[in-house]
Design a protein around this ligand. Structure first.
Ligand code: MN
Ligand code: MN
Length: 463
């Protein structure tokens, strides 16, 4: 055995790609950047992926009366989850190859009664969603995207800030000259949750009877444009998201900066991977893009819901494969990649990571045997046998991978949707792209790793 083969390869992954693959990588990157710019909410992701899937021959599951191996179907749950499946040759009870990612990202939501006037300004009250460092969200351009549902059922879709001529929105911060007290506070308290107020207007209405003239003027503008009243905000889902365009980073253009890469980088890779399967797979393959991961995976669009079970049973009936104890047998034989991002090593903040066990940008897709906090608390640790199974797929197919962990022991921690499916009996390992500045308005990944995720997921599904 050569010395090289005896040692764990922890080199940069850029040398694994040949010329042809470099071209594929560039095409993939362009499409991914387009996806990031188009899709800044769960609903937008679902729409985008549905359109792409239809082009690739996927059909709505509800519209298929029967199914057979090779059929491609998708199921959409409440416009916030999309699950794509390719029916394999083997029976469902033998298990499926599953990839699970999430399409919700940290952001700032509007409160149900957001609009108010103060000292000649109209502002929106907000409630942040997911784990954010609040100080990162002030004085940056924000867009509003989402929906308002009127009581008559009409859905008003809102997207303001994306088009060149659109206005943007902003949260103010204190000037340094007057920030003496603020600067003495802890970083977590410098900007507080109730300080995240959005500037939305400053011109008073000419209406003599209106009390709050600036607020009234904004409501008039919204009513004229969207036909909504103040009460309609109560039944809305409006998200403030960064107005940053996704871009290549560095003189060598090796990295990608963009909002929402946790976890749209893995969502995009898994959706593309399942769509690009060219042959009928042995096992039925499912790629699911879930919601609510950032706030605990609860509710009827989160991973804790029965969305996947429902889809699997629908497929079983249409395949005439319903049988005694089917779901339990299926899950016990299922292999899953929980495709979520990992915290990459950052040389500027080296202290929080163990460099020997941290994942690095540019060194490939990352396998996390466990997540959790403190003594691995809350983690569904993958079995060594299963880790070896996934390693072999990657090594046999020239997929550059690395192992990682979520920071130093006792430094912090976190979780993904892995444990939810592992609880049902499946083998699950976290396997995703390393990210710098995770949960910030502008996260950074490596082009190489994004492409490796796509390549790795495809090989995993094919197995
Ligand atoms: Mn995530
Ligand atoms: Mn996250």
């Amino acid at each position: 055995m050569k010395k090289d083969e005896l040692l764990l390869n922890r080199k940069s992954g850029w040398d694994t790609l040949n010329k042809k693959e470099m071209k594929t990588l560039d095409g993939y990157t362009n499409e991914y950047i387009d996806f990031l710019n188009e899709c800044k909410t769960e609903r937008e992701c679902v729409k985008y992926v549905e359109k792409l899937a239809k082009k690739q021959g996927f059909k709505e599951l509800d519209k298929c009366k029967t199914l057979k191996p090779g059929d491609k179907v998708y199921y959409i749950n409440r416009d916030k989850n999309i699950l794509l499946a390719v029916i394999g040759n083997e029976q469902l009870e033998k298990g499926i190859n599953l990839i699970g990612s999430h399409i919700d990202s940290p952001r700032i939501d509007l409160k149900p009664n957001p609009l108010y006037e103060s000292e000649g300004f109209a502002l929106f009250k907000t409630h942040y969603y997911g784990g954010i460092k609040k100080y990162q969200w002030v004085t940056i351009p924000l867009e509003i995207r989402g929906v308002i549902i009127k009581t008559n059922g009409e859905k008003v879709e809102i997207s303001i800030g994306k088009d060149k001529d659109d206005p943007i929105f902003v949260i103010t911060d204190l000037l340094p000259h007057l920030a003496r007290r603020q600067m003495e506070k802890k970083l977590s308290e410098g900007i507080e949750g109730e300080d995240l107020n959005i500037l939305v207007g400053n011109i008073p209405s000419e209406d003599k009877e209106a009390n709050e003239k600036v607020k009234y003027n904004i409501l008039k503008i919204l009513n004229e444009k969207y036909g909504i009243t103040e009460a309609d905000f109560i039944s809305s889902e409006l998200e403030l998201v960064p107005n940053f365009e996704a871009k290549l980073v560095g003189f060598d253009k090796s990295m990608i900066a963009g909002y929402g890469q946790d976890d749209r980088v893995c969502s995009f890779a898994s959706a593309k991977a399942i769509m690009d399967l060219t042959e009928i797979p042995n096992k039925t393959c499912v790629a699911m893009l879930m919601d609510k991961e950032e706030i605990g995976s609860m509710g009827n669009t989160g991973m804790c819901s029965n969305t996947l079970d429902f889809m699997l049973m629908e497929m079983a009936v249409k395949l005439k494969q319903e049988s005694y104890n089917l779901l339990n047998k299926l899950y016990i034989n299922t292999k899953m990649l929980s495709s979520d991002v990992d915290a990459a090593f950052d040389p500027t903040f080296a202290g929080v990571s163990d460099p020997k066990n941290s994942s690095f940008i540019g060194k490939g897709i990352c396998l996390l045997k466990y997540t959790g906090a403190r003594g691995k608390s809350g983690s569904s640790e993958a079995c060594a046998e299963y880790v070896a199974y996934v390693r072999k797929i990657f090594e046999d197919n020239n997929v550059r991978y690395q192992s990682g962990e979520l920071g130093k022991v006792d430094e912090g921690g976190g979780g993904t949707i892995a444990y939810i499916v592992a609880d049902k009996g499946a083998d699950v390992i976290d396997c995703g792209v390393p990210v710098l500045s995770m949960h910030s308005p502008y996260e950074v990944t490596s082009k190489h790793d994004c492409y490796m995720a796509y390549k790795g997921y495809k090989e995993f599904l094919k197995k």
